[in-house]
Design a binder for this molecule. Structure first.
Ligand code: MRU
Length: 336
């Protein structure tokens, strides 16, 4: 088995168009979604062809480049891209960076350089976080992750999955478990695909098996990514993360959040102020396009939740690690 631990690049700029590895179809099919204008990028973000907080920020930055190449006034593209999804702040962060470049008079070439910088910096941040996060883990540990935070969700390597890649490579992590992540199955469809491709042994669990797994003593850390970290350390991430944090604390399992500083939103005081995306109930009423629930049934489908800072043992960013996060520690690292 090849042990590359990092072979996937899901967001690719080809000079005149953006190529996205379509995450709606994996692992059944590896098909690329080509965006030749910013509207297609907006659509790809809304429909989850590209997903994961850093990846949607990077894709949106390239969307601005496509709009500039079309010679469009950029206010409407910026606004449409920004409204594509509400919770992951990396989207707004990347668009603000592009907006600043525009305000400074950047031409299309300069905007292209800015988008490439956003993408390259994300990959660098992930490698740094991989080292920082893995260093917190005792050799021979087991870990549980949730959703997909890997190369598919970032410029490459991943956030939480980057820590798992680094920890698997240096022997600190011996056992990896991934929750399915109902209803969209990011864990089952995407994380397991990445881990198998990279030759990292891992086992899928039903989301509902998590507390039972923790009780067994097989995992010492839960490691997750983030869509937005508020100024007090409260963290929005994929639905189901909060219940993992509660179960982890109960069982003496440590809980690590791994995210680049582009996910930190110091303008949002606490998790109560984070908008939680509600998606179509249809995503919950069907599996793989097949209706599984009786016609006439309703569903509630929030796709993120907020884990309070007091349940988090470590927030790992490329700037450093905050253990037991507080507003003061967040301010010291991220305050302006
Ligand atoms: O709805 P998704 O698939 O975009 O949600 C993704 C997550 O919640 C991830 O955990 C988060 O974006 C971090 S990705 C490095």
């Amino acid at each position: 088995m090849t042990m590359t631990y990092d072979s996937i690049r899901a967001v690719q700029w080809l000079g005149d168009r953006l190529r996205l590895l379509d995450q709606r179809l994996l692992p059944r099919e590896e098909r690329w979604f080509e965006c030749r204008d910013y509207r297609q990028v907006t659509q790809a973000i809304k429909e989850l062809a590209v997903r994961g907080a850093p990846a949607i920020g990077i894709a949106a930055a390239w969307g601005v480049v496509l709009a500039a190449r079309e010679g469009l006034p950029l206010d409407a593209p910026l606004a449409e891209l920004r409204a594509a999804r509400p919770t992951a702040v990396n989207l707004m962060w990347a668009l603000d960076r592009m907006k600043t470049a525009i305000a400074q008079g950047a031409d299309t070439t300069a905007l292209e350089r800015e988008a490439q910088a956003i993408q390259d910096e994300d990959l660098q941040a992930n490698r740094r976080m991989g080292d920082l996060g893995a260093a917190l883990i005792s050799p021979g540990s087991g870990v549980l992750t949730h959703c997909n935070t890997g190369s598919l969700a970032t410029a490459g390597f991943g956030t939480a999955l980057g820590v798992i890649r680094a920890g698997a490579a240096n022997g600190r992590i011996e056992r990896v478990y991934a929750g399915e992540t109902r209803p969209w199955q990011q864990g089952a469809r995407l994380t397991m695909w990445e881990l198998v491709r990279d030759g990292i042994p891992a086992r899928l669990i039903a989301d509902s098996a998590a507390a039972h797994l923790m009780r067994s003593g097989e995992v010492q850390w839960v490691i997750v990514g983030a869509d937005r970290i508020a100024a007090n350390g409260d963290t929005a991430n994929k639905i189901g993360t909060y219940q993992l944090a509660i179960a982890a604390r109960h069982h003496g399992v440590k809980f690590m959040v791994v995210a680049p500083s582009s996910t930190v939103d110091m303008a949002t005081a606490s998790g109560d102020d984070i908008e939680i995306e509600l998606r179509d109930a249809a995503e919950l009423l069907s599996v793989g396009g097949q209706r599984t629930v009786v016609e006439g049934a309703e569903a509630w489908n929030p796709v993120f939740d907020v884990t309070p800072a007091e349940l988090i043992d470590a927030i790992v960013t490329e700037r450093g690690v905050i253990e037991r996060p507080t507003a003061a520690a967040m301010q010291a690292m991220f305050g302006r």
